[in-house]
Design a protein around this ligand. Structure first.
Ligand SMILES: [Ca+2]
Length: 510
C-alpha cells in the first residue's frame, strides 16, 4: 500500500511539472511510413536519419515497409487510422486516393517558415503536381534534377565488328537486330545472341520494352495530343507498333522472357555475351559496363538516341517529370498529427529542400563521402567510388541512407558526379536534341471520377495488359486488333476517357 501511495505521489508530482519542461527536453517524435527496398533502405539507424535527428532536434521513427506487395500494405495502413504515422511516403496517385487523410499544406508553405519549399512550390506549374482536384497542396513531392531517366544503349563493339552502321530508324533497327542475330558477333558459332533484352521492372513488366511505341507518337495508356486525351493501346498507330514488336519477337530478336527476366538473369545474359541492346535507367550504361570490368571482353557500351518511327518521331516519353509523382518518395502529413508534429514534419521537409539538406541526402558528409575540387565541382570519395567492401557506388551511398527513400530533392550535381562521361553525353543528347516527348501528367480526380475509374478501368487495364503481350508474342493475331478495340470500348473506355479529359482540362486550366 505504501508503495502504491509513493507511485501516486510521483505521478502527481510529474503531472504538476510545467509543460515547457517536457517540450524542451523531449524532442517531438515524428513517425514516417516509407517503402524500404533491399537496394534502397529506409530504416531506423541509417546515418542520414541519425544526422537529421541531431540537426533538427526531432526524433524520427521510421516504419519500414518492405516493397513486396507494397500496395496491399498501404491499403492496410490506410484502413486503420490508429496506425497511420505522422508522415506517409508513397506514390502521388495513391496518396490522393485518400486525400482527406492528409493535411492541406497551402498555408504551411510560405516564405517565412519554409523558405526552401516556397522557392519550389510558389511556381504554379510545380504546384500542380502536388495538388488535389481542388488545387490544395496535399503532399511534398520528389523533385527531380534531370528529366532524362531512361535511355537505350547498345554494344558499339558489335556494330564495329560486323561493320554495321548505327541504326537511326525503327526499320533500320530491325535490320540491325537481324544482322546481330545472324552475324555471330560473340564468335561462338551459334545464333545465341539476343539482340534486345530487358529486365522486368516495376508493376508493369513490359515497362522497358514498350517505350519503342513512343516512336509511333503514342504511349501505352493515356496520353494527350493537342490537348485531347487518348488511350494508346487502342490507337490505330498501336497496331503498327505491335506489328513491329511482333515481327522482332517472332524472329527471336526480342528476349522471349522480357516479362519475367530478373535483374540477375539479365546481367547473366550480358556477361554471357548474348545481349546487344537494352533500355533502362541511364546509370545502367555504367552498371552493365562494370559487369565486364575484370574480363577481357572488348565490350563497349554506348547510349543511343531513340529510333525514328514512320513519321520521323524519335522520342521517349516515360521520362522523369519535375516532380516524380509515380515514385514512392512523395510525402504527406496525416491529419491526425499533433500541431507540434506537423511543425516538425514541415521543418524536416524544408531542410530536405535546403542546400545543406540536399548535400547531406545526395552526397553525405564532406571529407567522408564527398569532396569539392579546385573548380568547385563535387565528387565522391574513394569510400564511395571504390568501396573497400566491394559495394557498387550506388550501394555504398545507400547503406548510409544517402540517395535513399527520404531524398525529396535530387541534385543535378549528384546526377552528374555519379555517372560516366558516356551517361552524361547521352542524357545531354536526349535533353538537348528533343528526344524527350511530352509526359502525361498524373491527374487529380474527384471522388465521383475515381468511382468511374475503379468501376471501369480496373478491368480494362487487366484485359489490355494481357492482350498486348499476346499480340507481341503472337499468341493472338493482329488481325484481331479491331475486335480488341471494340471490346475495350464496350468495357467503358469512352466513359473513362471523359473522366480523364475533365481532370486533364482542370489540370491544364483549359
Ligand atoms: Ca553467337
Amino acid at each position: 500500500m505504501k508503495k502504491l501511495v509513493r507511485i501516486l505521489c510521483l505521478v502527481l508530482a510529474l503531472s504538476l511539472m510545467p509543460l515547457a519542461f517536457a517540450s524542451a527536453d523531449d524532442p517531438v517524435t515524428i513517425s514516417i511510413w516509407a517503402s524500404d527496398r533491399e537496394n534502397m533502405p529506409m530504416r531506423n539507424g541509417l546515418m542520414t536519419i541519425n544526422m537529421l535527428q541531431d540537426i533538427l532536434g526531432i526524433k524520427i521513427d521510421v516504419q519500414s515497409a518492405p516493397t513486396e506487395s507494397l500496395d496491399e500494405k498501404y491499403g492496410l495502413l490506410m484502413s486503420d487510422p490508429a496506425s497511420i504515422p505522422t508522415i506517409v511516403q508513397y506514390k502521388a496517385n495513391k496518396l490522393l486516393q485518400y486525400k482527406e487523410a492528409w493535411m492541406i499544406l497551402d498555408d504551411y508553405i510560405n516564405e517565412t517558415d519554409t523558405p526552401n519549399l516556397w522557392k519550389v512550390y510558389s511556381d504554379p506549374v510545380i504546384r500542380r503536381y502536388v495538388s488535389d482536384s481542388e488545387g490544395h497542396i496535399r503532399f511534398i513531392g520528389q523533385r527531380t534534377a534531370i528529366t532524362c531517366g531512361k535511355l537505350w544503349f547498345y554494344r558499339q563493339d558489335w556494330l564495329d565488328k560486323l561493320q554495321l552502321k548505327a541504326p537511326t530508324t525503327m526499320e533500320e533497327l530491325y535490320e540491325t537486330f537481324l544482322a546481330i542475330k545472324q552475324g555471330d558477333p560473340n564468335g561462338n558459332g551459334e545464333a545465341d545472341e539476343i539482340p534486345f533484352s530487358v529486365r522486368k521492372q516495376g508493376s508493369n513488366n513490359r515497362a522497358n520494352l514498350m517505350p519503342f511505341v513512343n516512336s509511333w507518337g503514342i504511349e501505352e495508356t493515356f496520353f494527350a495530343e493537342d490537348d485531347v486525351v487518348k488511350f494508346g493501346a487502342v490507337d490505330a498507330r498501336m497496331k503498327d507498333a505491335l506489328a513491329w514488336l511482333n515481327k522482332c519477337y517472332e524472329a527471336g530478336l526480342i528476349d522471349s522472357e522480357y516479362l519475367t527476366l530478373s535483374k540477375q538473369d539479365w546481367y547473366s545474359r550480358w556477361t554471357n555475351e548474348q545481349v546487344f541492346m537494352s533500355y533502362d535507367w541511364s546509370a545502367y550504361i555504367d552498371n552493365v559496363g562494370n559487369l565486364f570490368k575484370d574480363t577481357d571482353s572488348p565490350v563497349h557500351i554506348v547510349g543511343t538516341a531513340p529510333m525514328a518511327g514512320p513519321t520521323g518521331i524519335a522520342q521517349t516519353r516515360d521520362q522523369l517529370q519535375p516532380i516524380t509523382v509515380d515514385e514512392d518518395w512523395n510525402a504527406a502529413i496525416y491529419v491526425g498529427a499533433s500541431e507540434e508534429q506537423v511543425k516538425a514534419a514541415m521543418k524536416l521537409f524544408d531542410y530536405l529542400y535546403s542546400e545543406e539538406g540536399m548535400l547531406l541526402l545526395n552526397f553525405g558528409v564532406k571529407g567522408e563521402h564527398y569532396d569539392v575540387d579546385e573548380n568547385g565541382n563535387l565528387y565522391y570519395t574513394e569510400l564511395i567510388m571504390h568501396n573497400p567492401d566491394g559495394l557498387s557506388a550506388q550501394d555504398a551511398l545507400r547503406q548510409y541512407g544517402i540517395q535513399s527513400m527520404l531524398t525529396l530533392l535530387q541534385d543535378a550535381r549528384y546526377e552528374r558526379a555519379f555517372v560516366s562521361d558516356e551517361v552524361n553525353r547521352t542524357r545531354d543528347l536526349y535533353e538537348q536534341e528533343g528526344h524527350i516527348g511530352p509526359a502525361f501528367p498524373t491527374l487529380a480526380f474527384t471522388d465521383e471520377e475515381r468511382d468511374i475509374i475503379n468501376e471501369k478501368y480496373t478491368d480494362i487495364e487487366t484485359y489490355v495488359n494481357e492482350t498486348l503481350d499476346k499480340f507481341i508474342m503472337g499468341r493472338e493475331s493482329l488481325d484481331g486488333f479491331d475486335a480488341f478495340v471494340e471490346q475495350v470500348n464496350g468495357m467503358g473506355l469512352p466513359e473513362v476517357l471523359k473522366v480523364y479529359q475533365d481532370a486533364y482540362n482542370r489540370y491544364m486550366g483549359l
